[in-house]
Design a protein. Structure first.
Length: 92
């Protein structure tokens, strides 16, 4: 899974018939402290995430396991909006 921040939307009026009705979001990877990384992914949004939301993204064959993406040409899916992270600091 990838922790990311929704930074935008992809508008595609012409797309594969299996993707009609889906929303495509641009998700930039983030660290555990929400620092933005240079990587991003385009993901089908199954949870109505919005720009600015921190989300969990599944990729690969796991992206086709939701009710909305089953058997569709999808390689990334937003499957959760994160409310809070509880991170235990490293102890040396």
């Amino acid at each position: 899974m990838i922790l990311g921040k929704v930074i935008g939307t992809v508008w595609a009026t012409r797309k594969d018939e299996a993707l009609v009705g889906t929303s495509l979001q641009i998700v930039r990877h983030v660290d555990l402290d929400y620092t933005l990384k240079d990587q991003f992914v385009i993901a089908v949004d199954t949870v109505q995430a919005g720009v600015g939301d921190i989300v969990l993204v599944a990729t690969g064959s796991s992206a086709r396991q939701t009710a909305i993406t089953k058997n569709k040409p999808v390689d990334a899916v937003i499957m959760a909006v994160v409310d809070k992270l509880d991170v235990t600091p490293n102890r040396k």
